[in-house]
Design a protein around this ligand. Structure first.
Ligand code: GDP
Length: 301
């Protein structure tokens, strides 16, 4: 069984490639929940849902919604004068309604996500990193903003002055996450944002220790292609962490955790696999997944 740590894009694309290689019963994705938000009366869990949409081949061209979704509810909210800056398509909202109903009935986020993921027809498991609430806050221009407000409302050039993972000290990894890490044959830190996607997963107390104690090799795939992030604000967050975009930043961000690193550039200080890591087609996702898995299997702890 292969465990992938992921945000909603880079790690999700690698997970989709791995699904082709190992099948749904061989794949567990541990997804960041620090981007979660309560909005329009529902609990939205963007990264676990985006991973699920990627795995189900339902992701849209924007990479943050369902292909072919409609927007009647958002139009309705706007007509009622409600703020609709966080846009959820109608079927996307249906996923969130299922989650919210289960949470209100007292089920854990892990159980609610399992219902959503199974509902999309998936056998692979998508596990929230924790059942406890962690919420990323970003300080920009002197103001602390919840993560989604920073991403959507602060504007593309908004500076990253500070990052706070609210609630993380009181969070714990779930029994499901700990069991998967303990049983894995390989653990792959996906090419997601090291600071705001993978950072929160690793910051959950007990998670780094679980990875350090795992019998499986832990490797990472760099999210930097040709020296920069393919998309999104990774470069700004990495700069805030005092790192230069590139494989060196990945090695540094995950220092002490990795047995190997996959990147499109030479890696120093630990075993590396240099290969093209752009996953812009199903064939490319499958190739990167195959090479990553072969590399992980060549390493021993
Ligand atoms: P978010 O949760 O949607 O912000 O996404 P992630 O944190 O999971 O992914 C964002 C990162 O994915 C960015 O740093 C991108 O550089 C990286 N990324 C996106 N597509 C690719 C790809 O095809 N190959 C690699 N190596 N990284 C990618």
């Amino acid at each position: 069984m292969i465990v992938v740590l992921a945000g909603g894009t880079g790690g999700a694309k690698l997970a989709r490639g791995l699904l082709d290689v190992v099948g749904g019963d061989g794949l567990v994705v541990v997804a960041n929940t620090a981007d979660d938000i309560e909005v329009h009366g529902v609990h939205v869990s963007p990264d676990p849902d985006l991973v699920s949409l990627w795995l189900a081949d339902l992701i849209d061209a924007r990479g943050y919604g369902l292909r072919g979704d409609t927007w009647a509810v958002m139009d309705g909210l706007e007509a009622l004068g409600r703020p609709a800056w966080f846009r959820l398509g109608d079927r996307d909202l249906a996923l969130c309604l299922v989650r919210t109903e289960l949470l209100r009935a007292g089920r854990r986020p892990t159980e609610a996500q399992a219902e959503v993921t199974r509902g999309l027809g998936l056998e692979a498991r998508v596990l929230p990193m924790s059942d406890d609430p962690v919420r990323t806050q970003v300080r920009t221009r002197g103001r602390w903003l919840p993560f989604q407000e920073f991403m959507i409302l602060a504007g593309p050039g908004a500076p990253v002055e500070d990052v706070d993972l609210r609630g993380v000290d009181a969070a714990r990894p779930t029994p499901e996450v700990l069991a998967a890490v303990g049983e894995a044959e390989a653990i792959v830190v996906g090419p997601s944002n090291p600071v705001i996607s993978i950072g929160p997963i690793l910051a959950v107390p007990g998670m780094r220790a679980a990875l350090a104690e795992a019998r499986a090799p832990v490797i990472a795939v760099s999210p930097f292609v040709d020296g920069r992030a393919v998309k999104g604000p990774t470069d700004a967050f990495v700069a805030h962490a005092g790192l230069e975009p590139g494989a060196g930043a990945v090695a540094e961000a995950y220092r002490g955790l990795l047995d190997g690193l996959v990147a499109d550039e030479p890696v120093s200080g630990l075993p590396g696999l240099e290969t093209d890591t752009l996953m812009d087609s199903p064939a490319a996702r499958r190739r990167v997944a195959e090479e990553t898995l072969a590399f992980a299997r060549s390493l021993r702890r």
